[in-house]
Design a protein around this ligand. Structure first.
Ligand SMILES: NC(=O)c1ccc[n+]([C@@H]2O[C@H](COP(=O)([O-])OP(=O)(O)OC[C@H]3O[C@@H](n4cnc5c(N)ncnc54)[C@H](O)[C@@H]3O)[C@@H](O)[C@H]2O)c1
Ligand SMILES: O=c1ccn([C@@H]2O[C@H](COP(=O)(O)OP(=O)(O)O[C@H]3O[C@H](CO)[C@@H](O)[C@H](O)[C@H]3O)[C@@H](O)[C@H]2O)c(=O)[nH]1
Length: 480
């Protein structure tokens, strides 16, 4: 029986391995992690991550050919294929701080693999890593190999959160990079056989190692660039009276451009886009390509601009101060259908409003108070470390109140900000919300989910990203 072990039971390792176990009943899959609490949660009825469809897949395989364990060394030593799906955070100190990927966790996983291995292994990079990481890992493994043969493959993951199971069941492509030697090609074939259990072979792309590593960074940079492009347009739409939804629709109808990923928003979030672009920028700089680095840096700059612009709109339209005013925040996750808050634009918007002394009442159907307080207290990039190594927040922020209902959040509020596109925000009883708010009552829609005309008819002053402005907002221009 082929044995697979995945180091890292996170958003990628957990769902990816659960799907491999489901689709390949004759393969034994073990997912291991240094975080005991994560493993305990994977073995319980409440999984550590919320992802539609994940519970069913885990329930079908857990205890049969899918195991979650904190006995990392045992499972690694027994495996034929070892996936490494650990954190690759942005460095916060030292060379490349604020940009370069911190490979501490990757390196420690590689050294552990070398230490405990007694048989030949294929080691698969699942984490997103800088180009040429495979070479570094190869050096660590071969210098400590005790005669064991290690083949390194790059198999980046393209799943998006909220649709992870769907994406894993039906991927646009699976990418496998390996050495162009006979042994490298044999390793590629072995991994291809695993995916071929359910992925059509024409969607399994094989390449050299460096192309596979770079393709992951490139794909995320292109996706994020589309959002920054449409967000840049949204600012111009507000200035000119154009409507960004109409512009996106018209532009996306061009089959060369396509309609996806053209929704203007308060900014992109999530654990990957910013981190991976910063990593790409650093690699360009290290390779003596400052123009290319600056080109990609702009994608992040526009994203930061969009979040600041949103906060400035709120404050300026509410008579240039939100001090002591209750503002309801609807949605805190970085997108709908996930409880993940990593790099969510809500953190920057909330911090901006708190900086102007607002009182925040936050509601998100999947994010609890402890998480929100941690996020608002944490320093930039600290979130991307194993949970038990993250600094604890010393105190909770008193101006922040977390509630479990949109109506409680909005009661007596001066303004409402929609920061995640949860479906339930489309069908709220906005008349009831308006009746219970202070007047004038404002709605700032950072996701373009509400029907502005209906809300205006109720009496709200409405701001929707990239849409023609109310007279009120035109009269109170925001400083960009
Ligand atoms: N989240 C996504 O949607 C996504 C998608 C594609 C790629 N990625 C990439 O995949 C990687 C993992 O991302 P994630 O979102 O799953 O992160 P995560 O933080 O959810 O999970 C990583 C896990 O690795 C564990 N870990 C760290 N070092 C370890 C070690 N030495 N031994 C055992 N366990 C260890 C941590 O405790 C943690 O549970 C990152 O490189 C990320 O960029 C993420
Ligand atoms: O038109 C759009 C599409 C997305 N977003 C925002 O962009 C962010 C990222 O969304 P999405 O890409 O759907 O989610 P992620 O889970 O971050 O997935 C991205 O990052 C993963 C990690 O690398 C990759 O595997 C995926 O392919 C890539 O889509 C979220 O805040 C979205 O709200 C927009 O603002 N407008």
């Amino acid at each position: 029986m082929v044995k697979i072990c995945c180091i890292g039971a996170g958003y990628v390792g957990g769902p990816t391995m659960a799907v491999i176990a489901l689709k390949c009943p004759e393969i034994e899959v073990a997912v291991v992690d240094i975080s005991v609490s994560r493993i305990t949660a994977w073995n319980s009825d409440t999984l550590p991550i919320y992802e539609p469809g994940l519970d069913e897949v885990v329930k079908k395989c857990r205890g049969k050919n899918l195991f979650f364990s904190s006995d990392v060394e045992k499972h690694v030593s027994e495996a034929d294929i070892v996936f490494v799906s650990v954190n690759t955070p942005t460095k916060t100190q030292g060379l490349g701080a604020g940009k370069a990927a911190d490979l501490t966790y990757w390196e420690s996983a590689a050294r552990m693999i070398a230490d405990v291995s007694k048989s030949n292994k294929i080691v698969v990079e699942k984490s997103t890593v800088p180009v040429k990481t495979a070479e570094a890992i190869e050096k660590i493994l071969t210098h400590n190999s005790k005669g064991i043969d290690f083949q390194i493959l790059s198999n980046p993951e393209f799943l998006a959160e909220g649709t992870a199971i769907q994406d894993l069941f039906n991927p646009d492509r699976v990418l496998i990079g390996g050495r162009e030697t006979p042994e490298g090609q044999k390793a590629i074939a072995a991994l291809r056989d695993v995916y071929a259990h359910w992925v059509p072979v024409d969607r399994i792309i094989c390449s050299n190692l460096w192309s596979a590593e770079l393709s992951k960074l490139a794909a995320n940079a292109f996706l994020a660039q589309r959002i920054s492009s449409v967000n840049a347009m949204s600012a111009l739409c507000e200035a000119t009276g154009a409507d960004v939804s109409q512009v996106s629709h018209a532009v996306g109808k061009d089959t060369r451009i396509g309609p996806k990923f053209l929704n203007a928003s308060v900014g992109f979030g999530g654990s990957c886009f910013q981190k991976d672009i910063l990593n790409l920028v650093y690699i360009c700089e290290c390779n003596g390509l400052p123009e290319v680095a600056n080109y990609w840096k702009q994608v992040i700059k526009i994203n930061d601009y969009q979040k600041t612009r949103f906060v400035n709109r709120i404050v300026s339209s509410m008579f240039n101060t939100v001090s002591g005013k209750k503002i309801a925040i609807l949605g805190f996750a970085f997108k709908k259908d996930t409880g993940d808050t990593r790099e969510t634009p809500a953190i920057d918007v909330c911090k901006g409003l708190l900086g102007d002394k607002a009182l925040l009442s936050i509601y998100d159907p999947q994010v609890n108070e402890e998480q929100i307080q941690r996020d608002l207290a944490m320093k930039k990039f600290d979130w991307d470390h194993p949970v038990h190594l993250q600094p604890m927040s010393p105190t909770s922020i008193k101006q922040v109140n977390v509630v479990w209902d949109a109506y409680a959040a909005t009661k007596d509020a001066h303004g409402v900000c929609i920061l995640t596109e949860w479906d339930e925000f489309k069908t709220l009883d906005y008349q009831r919300i308006y009746d219970n708010m202070r007047k004038p009552a404002f709605i700032f829609d950072g996701r373009n989910v509400v029907d502005e005309a209906k809300l205006r008819a109720i009496g709200f002053i409405v701001y929707s990203i990239g849409k023609p402005l109310d007279q009120w907002l035109k009269d109170m221009p925001a400083v960009a």
